[in-house]
Design a protein around this ligand. Structure first.
Ligand code: AMP
Length: 307
């Protein structure tokens, strides 16, 4: 089967990075990361994901093979002259607070996300954290999207509010963390902040709360999804993207967006993210078996059911 024959159910666009990560226990250099890497790897447990991203000519062939092992479609992965995007960060002792030490945009600075022809008919899109102008550019290339989720961050709320509001009006779901929801709306109360965001157009607002999980707001009401409690974890980098990738992959597998499928996808997203943080980069996801996901989902069900 050629790349062109593969039916892409989910398109993911965002960053691909070589990360240097320091936790209280360990420091690792040039870890394969970026929002697209985490989201596509997580989604690959459920569906065929197509990656849209850019790397430089220094991008290790071994990292490309990692993507291939997940079965990610790489037709939208551009390799251009220059250095790959690099990011480094350090976690405090409690692993909740992270400081960015450096960001080198490199080839990511001139990224133009163009969808290969066989991505354009995909029903599901995850527009991970890149500028809202680029997210809009991707959306404009989608011929008949069924469900589009977009992530954002404080940088774009501060520097690109107008295109961000234009994007929000066009997507089905917006994911952002609690402080960003407050920053974007000026509302300190998260329920009111989500109500304001729903008024801007999306059907769903997913407010991420780090180790406390996620709250989903929609016309159907509020759904609270905890993070799976772990006694130990190694590296929280990319947890939000892993969660979103698992969520979108699961929805794409079901092929329909109903209240029940959205709730189930949220639970799968949370479970896959809990595996992701158990090792650096994609290491734990590379070793993950579908059975392990189902077993942890059963445990998650028992933990979250009331009477
Ligand atoms: P998260 O833990 O969800 O913030 O995601 C971490 C990932 O985002 C890392 O793997 C980085 O390579 C990537 N990243 C860090 N800063 C940026 C940025 N300004 N734009 C895009 N991706 C970034």
């Amino acid at each position: 089967m050629t790349e062109q024959d593969k039916e892409i159910k989910l398109v993911v666009v965002g960053s691909i990075g070589l990360d240097t990560i320091e936790t209280p226990a360990e420091r690792r250099e040039d870890v394969l990361g970026g929002s697209v890497s985490y989201a596509c790897a997580a989604a690959s447990f459920f569906t065929t994901a197509g990656m849209v991203g850019v790397v430089g000519d220094d991008f290790p062939a071994a990292h490309r093979r990692v993507y291939e092992r997940f079965g990610i479609d790489l037709a939208g992965l551009q390799q251009v002259p220059g250095r790959t995007f690099r990011w480094s960060g350090v976690y405090e002792t409690d692993m909740n607070t992270r400081r960015t030490l450096s960001t080198e945009l490199n080839v990511f600075a001139d990224f133009s996300p163009d969808l290969p022809a066989h991505y354009r008919g995909s029903p599901f899109y995850f527009l991970a954290n890149i500028s809202p102008e680029l997210q809009l550019h991707v959306l404009a290339q989608a011929s008949n999207p069924l469900f589009v989720a977009a992530d954002t961050m404080d940088l774009w709320i501060e520097t690109a509010r107008t295109p961000l509001l234009e994007l929000i009006a066009k997507v089905n779901m917006l994911t952002l963390n609690d402080s960003e929801a407050r920053q974007l709306t000026g509302e300190q109360n998260l329920v009111r902040a989500a109500e304001r965001l729903l008024e801007l157009g999306p059907d769903y607002i997913a407010v991420k709360k780090g180790e406390h999980g996620c709250i989903l707001f929609s016309a159907a009401g509020i759904c609270v999804i905890p993070a799976f409690p772990l006694a130990a974890f190694s590296d929280p980098t990319g947890a939000g993207d892993t969660f979103a990738g698992g969520f979108m992959g699961c929805l794409a597998r079901e092929g329909a967006v109903r209240d029940a499928s959205v709730r189930r996808a949220l639970a799968y997203g949370s479970v896959v993210a809990s595996f992701g943080v158990q090792a650096f980069g994609l290491d734990r996801l590379l070793a993950l078996e579908p059975d392990e996901i189902e077993q942890r989902l059963d445990a998650f069900r028992r933990m979250t059911s009331i009477a």
